[in-house]
Design a protein around this ligand. Structure first.
Ligand SMILES: [Zn+2]
Length: 73
């Protein structure tokens, strides 16, 4: 059995990324995870903006923490 039930269709959308300028380095990072001047996390080299088709990230519904009820004991 598989642990996850993957959807048969996977939406890919053009996503802004930063990728390493070093052609031998495959590092890239989603722009949303960058902080301005992004350095390569692997080789510490400069990165530049690019685009990449990535599966759409499904926004998780923020779970509202349940307020503990007072137990009427
Ligand atoms: Zn790199």
């Amino acid at each position: 059995m598989t642990t996850k039930s993957n959807d048969s269709k996977l939406d890919v959308i053009p996503t802004k990324i930063w990728k390493c300028k070093n052609s031998e380095c495959k590092a890239w990072i989603r722009e949303e995870f960058t902080t301005g001047e992004q350095l390569c996390p692997i080789c510490r080299g400069p990165m530049h903006r690019s685009m990449r088709h990535l599966p759409a990230v499904k926004n998780k519904v923020p779970r509202q923490p349940r307020q503990p009820k007072n137990d009427a004991f």
